[in-house]
Design a protein around this ligand. Structure first.
Ligand code: ATP
Ligand code: MG
Length: 404
């Protein structure tokens, strides 16, 4: 059994010793059977949340009302969730009642897709009540039970279905797909945050091309922020190998660039992204746009700064020449290293020096003069040492006096 399951084994054993049932469940079991890298190991148990809390020394109550307690074992958090059913959904997303039960099978029945509704016991035996293993072999995404009912309970499952198409290279079972088309409007009740998480996973998936085609075919895009009428632009996104991108900033840059919203920040705010990502994407797109019409100059590299220049070069290569991403990136890093200075504080002269040299009253002109010095140094027109810069300043004195 894989290391991650073995590391979680003491938790399952402790639950057994106390007389409870406990199994590995969900995505980890699916990925183990698919021989994919497994993510978090989740555990389902017949122990109630308060019983889990009293059994383990280090627990965090993240959602005891839904049956989930985090158990910290050797500094790793594990979600331990009590077997439960969910009844009577309200607003197409929230179960009204969560009831704890003793049956593993009933717990698995509430899960979204057959491939996510399997459990594995401590010895590696698979518990599969809903044909999950068969559907893994057939590469099929199929809901547990009636797709219409399951999507009406929680509309996000429709987006999750397409996300798994992308991540696993599976196809939607025809009834599941038909139900998405029928119930797609229910996605308007789903919070943006949940949609954002799924879309990020979808875009990073190996089969994002097919997944984005399904997004258009099923009209899901009409219920995604800023994408309501962007079918053609989404198709454009699908032509790129997004798996080559290395950060969320890069992913949202390429995505936003292709979607071409009238305001980048309004578009990204609709997706509830952090200010940090929004600022980075805005800056990246500014340079990506320049780069698409021309090429890097020393001054442009300097202005962009190391992080932005390297990211933008990477994204640009993914869009124009994916086989060259690595070498283009190496080249750009070399060019940046060769710049005479990397930032203003590396200049051999300060604002005080400039004031003294030109013997003028301090004012906004100082910063403008420094900017000119910076430009001349970066463009190798001026050597970065004090006396050379002073000499240059004296020569340009008249110009400064006229313009600033
Ligand atoms: P990932 O690899 O992205 O973590 P995952 O399948 O583990 O994929 P999670 O969101 O971590 O997905 O959920 C864990 C498990 O909980 C799922 O495998 C599934 O059994 C169940 N689940 C998650 N979200 C839903 C949902 N909206 N409706 C029903 N069951 C769900
Ligand atoms: Mg998971």
């Amino acid at each position: 059994m894989e290391r991650l399951f073995l590391e979680a084994k003491p938790i399952v054993e402790k639950l057994h010793m106390a007389g409870y049932e406990a199994f590995y469940v969900g995505g980890a079991v699916r990925d183990h059977l698919l021989k994919r890298v497994i993510g978090d190991v989740d555990i389902a148990t017949s122990a109630k949340p308060d019983e889990v809390q009293s059994l383990f020394d280090h627990t965090i109550d993240v959602g005891a009302e839904h049956g989930t307690i985090i158990v910290l074992h050797k500094n790793t958090p594990y979600e331990v969730t009590t077997f439960r059913t969910e009844s009577e959904y309200v607003d197409f997303r929230h179960p009204k009642n969560v009831s704890y039960i003793t049956s593993l099978k009933e717990d698995l029945r509430r899960r979204d897709f057959t491939i996510n509704a399997m459990a594995m016991d401590i010895d590696g035996m698979i518990q599969d009540f809903f044909n999950g293993e068969a559907h893994l072999k057939e590469k099929l995404i199929q809901t547990v039970g009636s797709p219409s009912e399951r999507f009406t309970e929680d509309a996000l499952r429709m987006l999750r279905a397409v996300r798994f198409v992308s991540q696993l290279q599976f196809t939607l079972c025809p009834l599941t797909k038909a139900a998405i088309k029928e119930h797609v409007h229910l996605l308007s009740a789903i919070s943006v945050e949940r949609k954002t998480m799924e879309i990020e996973k979808l875009l990073k998936g190996i089969n994002q091309k097919c997944a984005l085609e399904i997004i258009i075919e099923t009209n899901i895009n009409q219920y995604l922020p800023g994408l309501e009428t962007k079918q053609q632009e989404i198709k454009r996104v699908s032509t790129y190998d997004l798996q080559l991108l290395t950060t969320n900033e890069e992913l949202w840059t390429l995505f936003t660039y292709c979607i071409a919203p009238s305001s980048i920040s309004t578009f990204l705010r609709k997706w509830k992204l952090s200010t940090k990502i929004i600022k980075a994407v805005e800056k990246n797109i500014r340079y990506l746009t320049i780069l698409n019409e021309g090429q890097w100059s020393d001054l442009l590299l300097y202005e962009a700064g190391y992080e932005t220049a390297v990211s933008v070069e990477w994204i640009h290569s993914v869009m124009t020449n994916p086989s060259l991403v690595e070498s283009n990136s190496r080249n750009i890093k070399k060019l940046i290293k060769q710049l005479p200075i990397k930032s203003r504080d590396q200049l051999a002269i300060t604002g005080h020096d400039v004031i003294r040299c030109l013997n003028k009253e301090p004012g906004p002109w100082v910063s403008k003069a420094i900017t000119e010095i910076e430009k001349a140094v970066v463009m190798n027109e001026l050597e970065n040492n004090k006396s050379a810069i002073k000499e240059w300043l004296m020569r340009c004195k008249q110009e400064f006096e006229q313009n600033y």
